[in-house]
Design a binder for this molecule. Structure first.
Ligand code: PLP
Ligand code: COI
Length: 360
């Protein structure tokens, strides 16, 4: 079949020895593959000009709407190489659907799911040598995104939009040994009716002040709550959803609404019963979490996300209180869930849920 994203191969790929050096220790979001996916949209022509081309800068007019009003969305997913050399995506249909929901919220055009898959798969095939081997935790992180490219200084939906996908070999984004969280009562991430459930760039730009506050208090990341009053409920962390294990055998996570509907979150909820845990989605008051950490009825806390996989939370601090969790060590169930998810993603156990999609 002819790809809907035909490949115009780069004339100057990175030499193999330099690529190998990067793949040895890629970090996260530092080194990009040789190609990118590109497509353009206008109301008249719809989606057109689809291609895989050499990785290159965009040419944007200084008045391009994205630079002023942040009409932009993105996704994050990974390609995993299995021991037999094959390459797989994990639940990409969920990313495609979330991308469509984010587009709707930000008044960007809908990208057909087949274009989402075709662009990602054509890019992976073009840059296949960049998918790390070794079935530990390294993968190829894919970043589909869409932005308002029209040159116009008015606040209305852009009439020229660019869709693109870039890729970078990646190690886990957070310390797998655990992170500490700062409960911010200065900053919220989202409000009812806001953009919290959309994966739009503005949410992350607005998070930087809270992140700085967390670091000033000696913490790695922010734990967002939905207000500063006594009834405030837990939301999520800056790039991860949160889970609490209780002595009652429950795996509790904040209900959807103003948080990002994480695909790892959903995966964890679906796997919970295999670990003897009852998944519970509900509002979680901060006061309840603090009481549970104080009296030991909350035994483990962890965060979940594509970049984070499962990252144990080993400490939570806020204004006037601090809890060390599990003696500062990752919890057993957190680690077991992390292993199970990685086992599925890297093809080390059977994919009984039908979550993997073959690419190469
Ligand atoms: N919450 C936020 C704010 C995020 O940025 C992410 C990362 O994508 C997540 C949660 C986790 O979502 P997912 O598991 O789909 O990566
Ligand atoms: C992801 O998990 O894909 C994310 O979006 C995290 C990113 C903000 C680093």
């Amino acid at each position: 079949m002819v790809s809907a994203f035909p490949l115009v191969r780069t004339a100057s790929p990175l030499p193999a020895d330099q690529r190998a050096a990067i793949l040895d220790a890629p970090g996260f979001g530092l080194h990009f593959t040789d190609h990118m996916a590109f497509a353009s949209w206008t109301p008249e022509a719809g989606w057109h000009d689809r291609r895989i081309q050499a990785l290159q800068p965009f040419s944007l007019h200084p008045s391009a709407a994205v630079l002023h009003y942040a009409q932009e969305i993105f996704e994050g997913l990974k390609a995993y190489r299995h021991a037999d050399g094959s390459v797989w995506l994990f639940r990409p249909e969920s990313n495609a659907r979330r991308f469509r929901r984010s587009a709707e919220r930000m008044r960007l055009p809908q990208l057909p799911e087949q274009d989402f898959f075709a662009s990602i798969e054509a890019l992976i095939r073009a840059d296949e040598p960049w998918v790390p081997a070794g079935t530990g935790t390294v993968s190829l992180y894919l970043r589909p995104f869409m932005f308002a490219a029209e040159a116009f200084l008015g606040v209305r939906p852009s009439r020229r939009v660019v869709y693109s996908v870039i890729a970078c070999p990646a190690q886990p984004y957070f310390n797998p040994g655990g992170v500490t969280l700062w409960v911010s009562t200065t900053y919220t991430r989202a409000a009812v009716g806001g953009t919290g459930a959309a994966k739009c760039g503005g949410n992350y730009g607005a998070s930087l002040a809270a992140q700085t506050e967390a670091e000033r208090h000696g913490c790695d990341q922010v734990l967002y709550v939905d207000g500063a009053d006594e009834e405030a409920c837990i939301e999520e962390s800056g790039a991860m959803n949160l889970f609490f294990v209780t002595t009652r055998g429950e795996l509790v996570t904040p209900a959807l609404g103003t948080i990002l509907e994480g695909i790892t979150r959903d995966t964890v909820l679906m796997l919970a019963s295999e670990f003897g845990l009852t998944p519970v989605e509900r509002a979680v008051p901060l006061a309840e979490l603090r009481a549970g950490l104080a009296d030991g009825t909350v035994t483990e806390v962890f965060a979940a996300g594509t970049a984070a996989v499962i990252t144990p939370v080993t400490g939570i601090k806020g204004d006037g209180y601090a809890f060390m969790i599990g003696g500062g060590k990752p919890g057993e169930l957190s680690l077991a869930l992390r292993e199970r998810i990685l086992d599925i993603q890297y093809g080390r156990v059977a994919d009984t849920h039908g979550w993997l999609r073959s690419v190469v």
